[in-house]
Write a protein that binds this ligand. Structure first.
Ligand code: S3P
Length: 425
């Protein structure tokens, strides 16, 4: 796939439903009571894996429309044992491990080559403490859970800031005896907590920790899925970099635990207006308007990483266009995402002419307010790296050829068409 340089991004855009919320809508709907209608569902390879997973475990899911599903819940302990292939979806693998820990029977969970390289010990360890019988393959998938239906709540401090691990523990806690508390070193996305609250669970939130009481049942009824901030981010960044851009993105999830990119872009001088704020389900939703102005470097530290963990590759690209040197620190988690994103971003942007040096925990990027050269980069099978290449193509002097661009379908199948619809050349 080749992406040509553009002059600006102009017009209006709507992005697919939030992937994190879509996964959770299907998973919680599956162990809920009666029907859960998921509206605004974001279809992608990852969320397809989640639908397939719950169907494998005996849950009926009706495809009502492209962005609408009905999940027929089987109740908190009603999943049937089985073998689940989670594809590339880390969120599915981690959250489902927590859910099946409290069911009866033998569950085997695995994933594609990239997913089986990602750490699972961080999930298995706390679940074992809760009484789960769980075996990983040297700390990775395949994971085998021999559910006993006999868990007890724990009070657990996460060693790494991870919403997936936090969620796995809370979801196991639904079927445990007594309350379950998770203490986080830094606040991570709270979609699980918000959706559990909406389902009627007692969720006590204090700064730095969350506690749930095991409920007798989950009753969601309806889940409204707002647009995915992480899918809006490539458009936000492209519009911020291309002079003359005037882009509005509608109905985006602006949960503050997801929008760290906006805070950093603002520090760099960007003009982004967040307006029409409202609630949809438990989530905060808004429209965003982006205009381009020259940007300056801004450092990012460990405290800011969780709220922009999936947007850091794009920030590195912004930094390559911003006057001065940007250092990103405390982002070592990027090494265990769908690819080693510290290496993948450094290789990709270096190939396109950026001055970027990888660090163990991030990058150092020296930017100039001029276009990159362009050229060829490889997505290394990672959807976010493929989207990074596309934004780089719009903002470079010459086209960018993306090897393995089809990886975008993991989270955003219509990405290239949407980008072309707002690009002005
Ligand atoms: C996600 C949490 C994040 C994020 C991932 C989705 C979630 O992972 O990178 O894309 O839906 O909970 P970690 O929690 O492992 O940082």
């Amino acid at each position: 796939m080749k992406v040509d340089p553009a002059a600006a991004l102009v017009g209006h855009a709507v992005v697919p439903g939030d992937k994190s919320v879509s996964h959770r809508g299907v998973l919680l709907g599956a162990i809920g009571e009666g029907e859960t209608r998921v509206l605004g569902f974001g279809r992608s390879a990852d969320t397809r894996s989640t639908i397939d997973a719950v169907r494998t475990l005996g849950v009926q899911v009706d495809d009502v429309a492209d962005d609408e599903l009905v999940v027929h819940g089987v109740g908190l302990r009603g999943l049937q044992p089985g073998t689940v292939a989670a594809g590339n979806a880390g969120t599915l693998l981690r959250l489902l491990t927590g859910i099946v820990a409290g069911q009866e029977g033998r569950f085997e969970l695995t994933g594609d080559e990239s997913l089986t390289l990602r750490p699972m010990g961080r999930v298995a360890e706390p679940l074992s403490r809760m009484g789960a019988r769980i075996e990983t393959t040297d700390g990775h998938a395949p994971v085998i859970v021999e559910g006993t239906g006999d868990l007890h709540g724990i009070d657990y401090t996460l060693p790494v800031a991870s919403a997936q691990v936090k969620s796995a523990i809370l979801l196991a806690g639904l079927n445990a005896e007594g309350p379950t508390t998770v203490v986080e070193p830094k606040p991570t996305r709270d979609h699980t907590e918000l959706m559990l609250e909406a389902a009627g669970v007692t969720v006590r939130r204090r700064p730095g920790s969350v506690t749930i009481e095991p409920p007798s049942a989950l009753r969601l009824g309806e889940v409204l899925v707002p647009g995915d901030f992480s899918s809006a981010a490539p458009l936000i960044v492209a519009a911020a970099l291309l002079p003359g851009s005037e882009l509005t993105i509608h109905d985006v999830n602006v949960n503050p635990r997801r929008t760290g990119l906006l805070d950093v872009l603002e520090r760099m001088g960007a003009h982004i207006t967040v307006f029409n704020r409202r609630r949809a389900g438990g989530e905060l939703v808004a429209d965003l308007e982006i205009r381009s102005v020259p940007l300056t470097a801004a450092d990012v530290g460990a405290d800011e990483v969780p709220a922009m963990v999936d947007e850091l590759p794009l920030l590195a690209l912004v930094a390559a266009h911003a006057r001065g040197t940007t250092v990103v620190r405390g982002a070592e988690e990027l090494r265990v995402k769908e690819s080693d994103r510290i290496a993948a971003v450094a290789d990709a942007l270096h190939a396109l002419g950026a001055r970027i040096k990888p660090r163990d925990d991030g990058w150092e990027v020296t930017g100039v307010p001029a276009r990159l050269r362009g050229g060829r980069m490889d997505a290394v099978g990672d959807h976010r790296i493929a989207m990074l290449g596309a934004v780089a193509g719009l903002a470079s002097r010459e086209p960018v050829e993306i090897g393995g661009a089809e990886a975008v379908s993991v989270s955003f199948p219509g990405f290239f068409d949407l980008l072309e619809s707002v690009a002005r050349r």
